[in-house]
Each structure stands twice: as C-alpha cells, then as structure tokens.
Design a binder for this molecule. Structure first.
Ligand SMILES: [Zn+2]
Length: 150
C-alpha cells in the first residue's frame, strides 16, 4: 500500500480566480468552498497587489485540484499512448513496404530518385537516422511498442 494510502486523497484544494475592487486578478487556493466563503466574509482574502480585502470570485475560472490528480492522469494517459502507437504501427505495416535492414539505403535511393517513390519502413540505427535527417531525407522514428511495454 503506502503510496495509495487514503490520506493522499483527503486533501483536495479548490482554486478560485479572484478579482479585487481595483481590478487585479489573482488566484486563491482554499481547503474547500466553505473555507473560501468564510475567509471572504471575514475579509481575510487580500489582494496581493493592493492589499484591499474587497474581492470577489470570478466564476469563469474555477478548478478542483487533488494532490494525486497529476499522477492519476499519467496513469490514464499512458495506455492511450501505447494504443496510439500500436495504431500507427499497424497502419504503417499495412501501408508501407518493409525494407528491413536496408532502410537507410532505400530511403536514400528514393530521396535521390534512384528508386521509385513509395512508403517504406525498416530497421535503422540512430546514427543512420541522423545521417538521413542531415541529408534532408524525411524519416520518422517508429517506436516499437512491444519493446517499450516489456
Ligand atoms: Zn488589487
């Protein structure tokens, strides 16, 4: 457990966009809505620019933050990334010609008009990729998802 202990989720923070009587806009972060309301009513919310306590909430920009939110987002984004890369890969494999280890050579031949223009994919070392890019040959590294996941 440890990382997923419940107290990580019990500290939600609410951030409000606020505006003072002078038109300064700033963000206030509060434990919850009633905490914000209480501080507002007691005149404890102060504009950081002119120190006035005459402030109001701007309703356009309200967000709820939880400390663990970014981590949870990362967890939900990652499978989508693999899914996306898998889609790209299967598209390439269906529509591109596999030239295997001759990739750099074939890409160069196509670029200089030695071979007919077509979509290819294959194996290439980072060094070969760099040389191709330096020569102005458009190559895109393809992430091997199966290797990343294992
Ligand atoms: Zn102000």
């Amino acid at each position: 457990m440890g990382k997923n202990s419940p107290e990580r989720y019990t500290e939600p923070m609410i951030s409000f966009d606020l505006e003072c009587a002078e038109g300064h806009r700033f963000e206030g972060i509060f434990r919850d809505y009633s905490s914000f309301e209480g501080q507002l009513n007691e005149g404890k919310i102060q504009c950081p620019f002119c120190n006035t306590t005459v402030v109001k909430r701007l309703f356009s920009g309200c967000a709820i933050q939880a400390k663990s939110l970014s981590k949870r987002n990362a967890e939900t984004i990652t499978p989508n990334f693999f899914e996306y890369m898998r889609m790209v890969q299967s598209y390439v494999k269906e529509n591109f010609e596999d030239v295997g280890k001759d990739f750099a050579e074939t890409a160069r031949a196509i670029h200089y008009g030695v071979e007919e223009e077509r979509n290819i994919y294959g194996e290439s070392s980072p060094r070969e990729m760099k040389d191709l890019v330096d020569e102005g040959i458009g190559v895109v590294p393809l992430v091997d998802v199966s290797k990343l996941e294992n």
